[in-house]
Design a protein around this ligand. Structure first.
Ligand SMILES: *Cc1c(COP(=O)(O)O)cnc(C)c1O
Length: 438
């Protein structure tokens, strides 16, 4: 082990220290899954500490939109660093935050005009839920204190967010005794490209009919149910859900943490249905994968209600709220998006994924192939372990991290056709081998 922190570690030393002390997402110290020290990242290429390079298909969990180490975002951050990296947001404000909030209001669906900046996606969901509760409290309807969420939904790992994740297929059933019990509607069955089946909304309608006087809000991921299974559903469901929320006086929270900023081919997935939620969560893609930052937006009705309520203020305030570095990364991300290349990039990725991932459909191990925007999914018939798949994918020179039955990618919009082909071919070879093993 090196004596000083300045001596660079070898790949072996990094692995050894990691195994000894470091938790990873959903990780075990006793049955660790394969792990790879990475030295640097450029464009869509990860360089491992042992010198191997991998084409990145994950964009660091949806978030890296313009590739790693982007000169424009690097410059924005460096310039902000010279001014101030952080300052408290209680009683103080600054240009990066106000400019970012102005942009977010302009870009998001009509009506959303107040922005709460926070640290991570899960926290933005907590904030959204608290906004809904405080709103109804202020309306003299404190009994509206439960939520409806969708089966197969995922909204994060903190306690409030866990309570609205799918209670069975979600990853949180272990905690169910500690969590507030909410209501769960059937997940939409009509897929994005299929003819609409109106009975999809029956379950939601029945819950609202029965319980609306106790329901503060419906929370859902618009169009793409991500971590809960990578399902792409009909915009008609979203339109119908908006109408039902209005009819039964329930707020609508759209969790666009994964879908925001172009992933599905629109700036925001709500646009597929032409609807505006009362509250919207943004995260993951907000800083193009540079620094953690999330935002919860709400409309005038919600903000007015909260401020006229008993508390008189919205009761939340993270220490690192409105971090200027994060805000300037988000502004640079949005400026790059506003240059307008992303629409053509996402369309090209969608077309190439449709052609190339489709080849996997004939393989015995494959149950389904689906593509929407820059998201490509190969669903297997059987769940597979990372122990088996991860090294095989790395051997193909690609970074793809499957979970359960899903081998999926959502690359940076800037990926070149030959790089994307390397990803789809690598996935094909690994799944082909799996198929031949029976
Ligand atoms: C990732 C994700 C979250 C949680 O965000 P974190 O930054 O991981 O806390 C919430 N909702 C959706 C839809 C997500 O994809």
């Amino acid at each position: 082990m090196p004596a000083t922190s300045s001596a660079p570690l070898t790949a072996e030393e990094i692995l050894q220290l990691d195994r000894a002390h470091v938790w990873h997402p959903y990780s075990s110290f006793t049955a660790p899954s394969p792990i790879y020290p990475v030295r640097s990242a450029q464009g869509v290429t990860l360089t491992l500490s042992d010198g191997r390079t991998l084409i990145d298909g994950m964009a660091s969990w949806w978030s890296v939109l313009h590739g790693y180490n982007h000169p424009f975002i690097n410059r924005a951050l460096t310039e902000q660093l010279q001014q101030m990296s952080h300052v408290m947001f209680g009683g103080l404000t600054h240009e990066p935050a106000v400019r970012l909030c102005q942009k977010l209001v302009a870009l998001t669906p009509e009506g959303l005009d107040k922005v709460f900046l926070c640290d991570s996606g899960s926290v933005s969901v907590e904030v959204a839920m608290k906004m809904a509760l405080q709103f109804w409290h202020s309306q003299g309807k404190a009994e509206k204190n439960r939520f409806i969420a969708l089966h197969k939904g995922y909204h994060g790992d903190t306690f409030g967010a866990m309570s609205v994740c799918d209670p069975v297929t979600g990853m949180h059933h272990l905690f169910s005794h500690t969590l507030t019990q909410h209501y769960f509607a059937d997940s939409p069955k009509t897929r994005f490209y299929e003819p609409w089946q109106p009975q999809d909304l029956d379950s939601l309608k029945a819950l609202l009919q029965q319980h609306s006087e106790h329901i503060a809000a419906l929370i859902l991921e618009p169009i793409v149910q991500g971590t809960g299974g990578m399902h792409f559903y009909s915009p008609e469901y979203l339109r119908g859900a908006r109408e039902l929320c209005d009819q039964y006086e329930v707020l609508l929270i759209a969790d666009e943490i994964a879908t925001g900023f172009g992933r599905t081919g629109k700036w925001f997935a709500c646009e597929h249905a032409g609807i505006s939620p009362d509250i919207m969560c943004l995260g993951k893609t907000l800083t193009a994968g540079y620094i953690t930052l999330a935002a919860t937006l709400c409309n005038h009705r919600v903000s007015e209600g909260i401020c006229q309520g008993e508390a008189g203020v919205f009761m939340h305030g993270p220490t690192f709220m409105g971090n200027p570095l994060a805000c300037s990364a988000a502004l640079a991300n949005i400026e790059l998006l506003e240059q307008g290349h992303w629409q053509a990039q996402v369309r090209a990725i969608e077309k190439q994924l449709q052609e190339e991932l489709e080849l996997c459909r004939t393989l015995a191990a494959v149950a389904d192939v689906r593509v929407l925007g820059s998201i490509g999914v190969v669903e297997l018939r059987q769940p597979q372990t990372l122990h088996k798949l991860q090294p095989a994918l790395v051997e193909q020179g690609i970074w793809v991290r499957p979970f359960g039955k899903l081998v999926y990618i959502m690359p940076s919009y800037t990926i070149a056709p030959h790089e994307l082909r390397q990803l789809t071919q690598g996935i094909y070879r690994v799944v082909e081998k799996l198929s031949s093993e029976g």
